[in-house]
Design a binder for this molecule. Structure first.
Ligand SMILES: [Zn+2]
Length: 377
């Protein structure tokens, strides 16, 4: 097994979209030899002993897995002792059997979790990657435009464009007409310049979403000149006071961004329903989604963010099923254990290049067991 640590450069650490979930997904074993720790803050380290004690109790009937856990926690504590917690959130993975430990500082906080399993627990990271897709904010008025790149939930000013277009002033007669014409030209030229910067930005980097904010006149002019590839990425527009602080502007942009995220979730569910009803390329429910994943047929999964769906995994044949049967349905072994099926789906999706959309609850989806998918064929 290759270590994902080797495929992940230091520069990428902390950058959500740079985390290589696929490499992590490849690490898998027959028994619960992996430990995954998620921490919401440095204080959360104090709650670790209690969490560890609970896991020891739950593993009490399995000496081998208890040993793996003991050794994994040594690796994790060693890592924590050597690496100061300086990020918003933190994740540490360990597998003593592979002599492997890796910490991933995160730019957003995560719920506190300590999990043992036959693989790394990737669901929280997959949720973050889905929710915090990188995007671009344009803050424009007639004087100047700021273009901010938001990556891993952190904003950075990428580019400034000066407009210096004077405000409309009332003058009389011919001079007013001449003035207005000249002003219109300046505004158009300025808007085209912003368009150039945006076009170059989305050519160079993979941004799928752009939010426009600022004065009504500038935004209207800008929208009238946007090239098609830029225009189709604009997911929200709002007239706002450009003089307010950057943090407030970013908060406003996030409102538009998350509104689009929710719309996208609903649109995906609607597509899945349409496909399903027309006897097309869709499946609903955990069992059918899992079966389709095993066949590599899935294009995109939608799953309720907080869904609790259990699965059962066999130590002998490594088969995994939806539900909690006491013996393996394939080889009849009674050496089975419960897993978070959503986490299994995430990993299998990564390995077959299927996308996973985590959604706020949608009534129709919840009725189908909180998970559904579009199929490739
Ligand atoms: Zn089995």
């Amino acid at each position: 097994m290759a270590s994902p640590a080797q495929s992940m450069s230091t520069a990428e650490v902390g950058y959500l979209q740079g985390i290589n979930l696929r490499a992590f997904s490849e690490l898998e074993g027959a028994e619960r030899a992996f430990a995954s720790l998620y921490l919401s803050s440095p204080d959360a380290i104090n709650t670790l002993p209690q969490r560890e004690a609970t896991i020891y109790e739950l593993l009490a009937d399995n000496a081998e897995e208890t040993e793996h856990f003991t050794e994994n926690m040594k690796l994790i504590h060693g890592w924590l002792a050597e690496n100061p917690f300086q990020s918003e959130g933190l994740c540490v993975f360990a597998c003593w059997a592979l002599d492997y430990v890796q910490g991933i500082p995160l730019s957003v906080s995560v719920p506190d979790l300590l999990r043992v399993g036959p693989a790394l627990y990737l669901r929280p990271l997959a949720e973050l990657q889905d929710e915090y897709e990188n995007f671009v904010i344009v803050v424009a008025d007639n004087r100047a435009t700021r273009i901010l790149e938001v990556t891993s939930a952190m904003a950075e000013t990428a580019k400034k464009v000066r407009g210096d277009v004077t405000n409309a002033v009332r003058k009389g007669g011919w001079s007013q007409k001449r003035y207005a014409r000249r002003r219109q030209k300046e505004l158009l030229h300025y808007a085209k310049e912003i368009n150039e910067v945006l076009s170059e930005l989305i050519r160079k980097k993979k941004y799928n979403r752009i939010v426009l904010m600022g004065s009504m006149e500038t935004l209207a002019e800008l929208e009238s000149v946007l090239d098609q590839p830029v225009a189709e990425k604009v997911i929200g527009k709002r007239t706002t006071d450009t003089a307010q602080g950057e943090a407030d502007l970013i908060d406003e942009a996030y409102e538009l961004f998350f509104a689009e995220e929710r719309d996208e979730e609903i649109r995906l569910w609607d597509r899945i329903k349409d496909e399903y009803l027309s006897d097309g390329l869709a499946v609903v429910g955990a069992k059918d989604v899992l079966d389709a994943l095993h066949l590599g047929r899935i294009e995109e999964i939608i799953v309720t963010r907080d869904a609790e769906i259990r699965g059962t995994r066999c130590r002998d044949c490594e088969n995994i099923v939806h539900g909690t049967p006491e013996i393996c349905v394939v080889c009849k072994s009674d050496s089975v254990f419960t897993v978070d099926l959503v986490d299994e789906l995430v990993r299998r999706a990564e390995l077959t290049s299927a996308a996973v959309e985590f959604t706020d609850p949608i009534e129709g989806l919840s009725k189908q067991g909180d998970v559904a998918a579009l199929l490739r064929y």
